[in-house]
Design a protein around this ligand. Structure first.
Ligand SMILES: NC(=O)C1=CN([C@@H]2O[C@H](COP(=O)(O)OP(=O)(O)OC[C@H]3O[C@@H](n4cnc5c(N)ncnc54)[C@H](O)[C@@H]3O)[C@@H](O)[C@H]2O)C=CC1
Ligand SMILES: CC(C)=CCC[C@@H](C)[C@H]1CC[C@H]2C3=C(CC[C@]12C)[C@@]1(C)CCC(=O)C[C@@H]1CC3
Length: 366
């Protein structure tokens, strides 16, 4: 799998001399890939699946969160081209799933990592002879805080993105799709998942349980009928690998974005209740009007901005979170079904069960 030109024993002709020079570099192999952001929640699941499918995997990440036989770790910042070039030696396929966490709300950090950093990743890929780049984008790139029902990929990018995370994910996706160039030999595609959940997720279940433990999970924002996509992590991984394996010069997926979801929109509050009840907490019961909660969240957010020099506090109810909890946002993945034969591999009910079982330490009373 780790494909290196074999060293010639003798050098009788100029051609074999060239072969000798090339022997000192590692030739890109189609089964040799790198996962940028491979220490994260999605990244690690992707790495595990790739190993199972016979790929040789290098992880490039600012931190190392685990060790696995068969994985080479390169610790570094993706804004550092030299560090990337070392990790990309001999790699033909790159998955770019690194990003600062949405909760950080740090404009400068998002711009540096998601925009400048992605430009650096693309330059490094070109210089290292990488042939394919699969970006983890987000379905939120078209979300402005108002209802989206069965949204397709041709929806325009959000003109007023709900936060800096989304703003920079839009620019990142544009950069990666624009870089697709068959003549230059670099093919790109963007996967747009939504609401990823599953074992080891550091965000969704921990935030939910923390809110429940503080006694704040009693209320349903709005009438509770809003439908949302939550996507089990294995399905997101499956979408990434299908995209990578379908990415060829003649393929219709080159330079395009694809929604990858569980294809089973669910009421936001039913999903939250299933997880909470599964972990032994009470489901939310009392309804609060959406506009009232959104207005309060906006006020609190403005207050936190004004008081930032004096006190730092992070409200649980940010406008972005209230919008996510109180509106419809579900997406069609018919383009992925048609162009790459995508079909979810784990159903929602099964995904919820596997997720709940993976958090024994977050159970009520644990
Ligand atoms: N979790 C979700 O619900 C969704 C996630 N996404 C996208 O999926 C991708 C993966 O997300 P998660 O696994 O949930 O996040 P995560 O926070 O678990 O993983 C991100 C990884 O990127 C690494 N990273 C951050 N800055 C870096 C830098 N400067 N250089 C190198 N590595 C760096 C982090 O150390 C981390 O390991 C992200 O691009 C995110 O925008 C998209 C839609 C939904
Ligand atoms: C579908 C999707 C994009 C999910 C993203 C994950 C997070 C944004 C959610 C995970 C837990 C959610 C949550 C809330 C908002 C959205 C999440 C952070 C609340 C803060 C909404 C208001 C409440 O009543 C409490 C909720 C806790 C969990």
């Amino acid at each position: 799998m780790f494909s290196v030109f074999s060293l010639p024993v003798c050098l009788p002709t100029p051609t074999s001399h060239l072969q000798f020079i090339m022997a000192t570099r590692i030739r890109p192999s189609s089964k040799r890939c790198a996962v940028i952001g491979g220490s994260g929640f999605l990244g690690r699941h992707l790495v595990e699946k790739l190993l199972g499918k016979g790929y040789t995997v290098s992880v490039f990440d600012i931190r190392q969160s685990y060790e696995l036989p068969g994985v080479t770790f390169h610790q570094g910042d993706l804004c550092d081209k030299q560090a990337l070039l070392t990790a990309l030696q001999g790699v033909s396929l790159v998955f770019h799933c690194a990003s600062p966490a949405p909760a950080s709300d740090d404009k400068a950090l998002f711009q540096r990592v998601n925009i400048q950093g992605t430009q650096t990743v693309l330059q490094a890929c070109t210089e290292a002879g990488v042939q394919k780049v699969v970006l983890t984008s987000s379905a939120s790139v078209v979300f402005e805080g108002t209802d989206i029902k069965d949204g397709r990929e041709d929806l325009p990018y959000a003109k007023k993105p709900i936060d800096y995370y989304t703003e920079t994910k839009i620019e990142q996706e544009k950069l990666v799709l624009k870089a697709c160039d068959k003549e230059k030999g670099l093919l790109t595609v963007a996967i747009r998942p939504h609401g990823i959940f599953g074992p080891r997720d550091p965000q969704l279940v921990p935030i939910l349980v923390d809110t429940a433990r503080r006694g704040k999970m009693k209320f349903i924002i709005g009438d509770g009928s809003n439908l949302v996509d939550f996507t089990f992590v294995d399905n997101v991984v499956h979408g990434h690998i299908l995209a990578a394996e379908s990415l060829r010069p003649e393929s219709p997926i080159c330079g395009k974005a694809y929604h990858i979801t569980n294809d089973e929109p669910v009421r936001f509050w039913d999903f939250m209740s299933d997880i909470l009840v599964g972990l032994g907490y009470a489901a939310p019961r009392y309804h609060l009007p959406y506009t009232l909660v959104y207005g309060l969240a906006l006020l609190l957010w403005l207050l936190s901005l004004l008081l930032r020099p004096l006190v730092s506090f992070k409200p649980t109810f940010t406008p972005m979170r209230v919008a996510l909890a109180g509106t419809h946002h579900f997406y069609s993945c018919s383009r992925a079904k048609q162009d790459m034969g995508y079909k979810p591999v784990v159903g929602l009910k099964d995904g919820i069960r596997r997720t709940v079982e993976s958090y024994p330490h977050l159970r009520h009373g644990a």
